[in-house]
Design a protein around this ligand. Structure first.
Ligand SMILES: NC(=O)c1ccc[n+]([C@@H]2O[C@H](COP(=O)([O-])OP(=O)(O)OC[C@H]3O[C@@H](n4cnc5c(N)ncnc54)[C@H](O)[C@@H]3O)[C@@H](O)[C@H]2O)c1
Length: 280
């Protein structure tokens, strides 16, 4: 049992992997994990981008490893797991941040619900759900092996979205996929807790609206003023602004830390109040 607040929230000595650690939100969370003392595997499709994040973490005094892999590719994920075990010998934390919307699955005046291509729906659904499930299987399998006499110990944090809980116009496949991620979070929390004990936990963070690579053009005009959609979002966010990527860090650290050892199967909104507001 940790004896003070620092220990309660410390990730010292732990090994974390973050998929999509090359992205806007994943990159910020990767830095946060390293600041809390974890050694961090940065998993992303492009080696150069992963190496850039690794170099930034190392410059800040942390330890990190680039893991080029596609979350939809089992063989590449297994190679990434082997690389982490070879370097650090254990895996304690998995953050599933790879994901997002797919342009072809976004509705518009020219692409109404009736025109939505089945393939585009399947693509966005698979990226967000299977792209969370496969890394959970492959890295989770290393967590449950335990270390010596220690019982299995591990923490998975999935990155969901407000689109899971509220109907967000135009992104039907993305919303369905993130709702499935919420359900999978609860399912896996129950499965791992019952099968492998209280040391195994699975939770999720549901970010509100942050400016990322994928949604920038939907939310901001070229001169950085708000698009109509961006303004509607701000009008429905009691905080009156978009989130800053760094604002996800403290919730992530809390969920991964010894302080959250009795927190399992929850989806925590970090949304400036968006999910609480009826719009009236
Ligand atoms: N930005 C937001 O407002 C927001 C809100 C709610 C939820 N989210 C979720 O947060 C997560 C991160 O989003 P972001 O805004 O930082 O987006 P982003 O595009 O900046 O980052 C996503 C990262 O995932 C990587 N990625 C995508 N497909 C991959 C694959 N098949 N294999 C490996 N890596 C892959 C991308 O290369 C990128 O580095 C996503 O799951 C997204 O759905 C974002």
């Amino acid at each position: 049992m940790p004896s003070n607040l620092t220990e309660l929230f410390s990730l010292d000595g732990q090994v974390a992997i973050i998929t999509g650690g090359t992205g806007v939100l994943g990159g910020a969370m990767a830095h946060g994990l390293a600041q809390a003392g974890a050694r961090v595997g940065i998993l992303g499709r492009r080696r150069e981008r992963a190496e850039t994040v690794v170099a930034e973490i190392e410059r800040a005094g942390g330890e990190a490893l680039a893991l080029p892999a596609d979350v939809m590719d089992q063989v590449q994920l297994e190679s990434a797991r082997a690389a982490v075990l070879d370097r650090w010998g254990r895996i304690d934390i998995l953050v599933n941040a790879a994901g997002g919307n797919v342009p072809a699955a976004t509705l518009s005046p020219d692409r109404r619900f009736w025109d939505l291509p089945r393939e585009a729906f399947a693509q966005v659904f698979e990226l967000n759900l299977l792209g969370t499930l496969l890394p959970s299987q492959i890295f989770g399998a290393a967590m449950i092996q335990g270390r010596g006499d220690e019982p299995p110990h591990g923490c998975i944090v999935n990155i969901s979205s407000m689109a899971a809980q509220r109907a967000i116009t135009r992104v039907v496949g993305y919303g369905a996929a993130k709702a499935a991620v919420d359900n999978f979070t609860r399912w896996l929390a129950v499965e791992l807790g019952r099968s492998h004990g209280a040391g195994m936990r699975v939770n999720a963070i549901a970010p509100g609206f942050f400016i990322g690579e994928q949604n920038r053009d939907l939310l901001l005009n070229a001169d950085n003023s708000l698009t109509q959609r961006g303004q509607t979002i701000i009008d429905h966010t009691p905080a009156g602004r978009f989130g800053e990527p760094d604002e996800l860090i403290s919730t992530l650290i809390w969920l991964c830390s010894p302080g959250a050892r009795f927190v399992n199967g929850v989806v925590v909104p970090v949304d400036g109040g968006f999910s609480a507001f009826s719009g009236v």
